[in-house]
Write a protein that binds this ligand. Structure first.
Ligand SMILES: [Zn+2]
Ligand SMILES: [Zn+2]
Length: 230
């Protein structure tokens, strides 16, 4: 880690602590619901910041809350992430948080009406709206690849492996993959890369929560790996 990284991390840490204090007044809200600063952007929650970090880890460019949208119902809606290179949007929702209706309405609004195999739109099927969930926490203790690890090390590792989970708003599965043609990571639900429209021949599609799709968790200070305030 360079000195510059350290300094920016420190700045993030301080900003996060400040935001947390303002948000809670010292009361114990759950960690994921606290405003969190990541790379100079203040997110409404650690979960949103973690999604940004996860997208970064896959080299996926994102814009945070770039545009207020008016839905067909007339409701106003501010989607969390726009991924301009993938024609994809992500609405981040914590478990037990309802109100994904707007994301689904937005998904229906952006979907094209071409016959599925004959779609010639710039974005296969139209722009894609996903709901981003909290990650699945890995349990390497039950994964045979880790069978030879000491129990203590496994227990520690279990808190450190997280796997990305999402739901498509289109009523069919969206898979995560890396395109063999353009190397871009992203989601697809038709046999075309959303970045380059390549055929994804030989690409391996991963489902939500799969071991192969890792999730990067961002937490502020005074928070241990278990996600509880220390
Ligand atoms: Zn189309
Ligand atoms: Zn591609």
């Amino acid at each position: 880690m360079t000195e510059r990284d350290l300094l920016s991390q420190l700045a993030d840490t301080q900003a996060t602590a400040h935001a947390r204090q303002q948000a809670t007044g010292g009361q114990g809200l759950t960690v994921d619901a606290l405003p969190t600063v990541y790379r100079g952007t203040q997110f409404r929650s650690a979960l949103e910041a973690s999604w940004a970090a996860t997208l970064d880890s896959y080299g996926i460019a994102w814009l945070y809350e770039p545009q207020l949208v008016t839905l067909p119902s007339g409701a106003r809606y501010l989607p969390d992430f726009h991924l301009p290179a993938l024609g994809t949007w992500i609405e981040v929702k914590g478990d037990g948080v309802p109100r994904v209706e707007k994301a689904f309405e937005f998904g229906g609004m952006l979907a094209c009406s071409c016959p599925r195999l004959a779609c010639t739109c710039r974005w296969p099927g139209g722009e894609l709206v996903l709901v981003g969930h909290p990650p699945r926490q890995g349990a390497p203790g039950v994964d045979e690849r880790y069978a030879h690890w000491p129990v203590r090390a496994l227990r520690r590792l279990a808190w450190r492996t997280h796997h990305m989970r999402w739901t498509s708003t289109r009523g069919r599965a969206a898979w995560f993959t890396r395109c063999p043609d353009c190397d871009a990571h992203g989601w697809f639900d038709a046999a075309r890369c959303r970045a380059c429209r390549g055929p994804l021949a030989g690409a391996h599609g991963h489902q939500p929560g799969a071991d192969e799709v890792s999730f990067v968790r961002v937490t502020g200070p005074a928070v241990d790996d278990e996600g509880a305030a220390a």
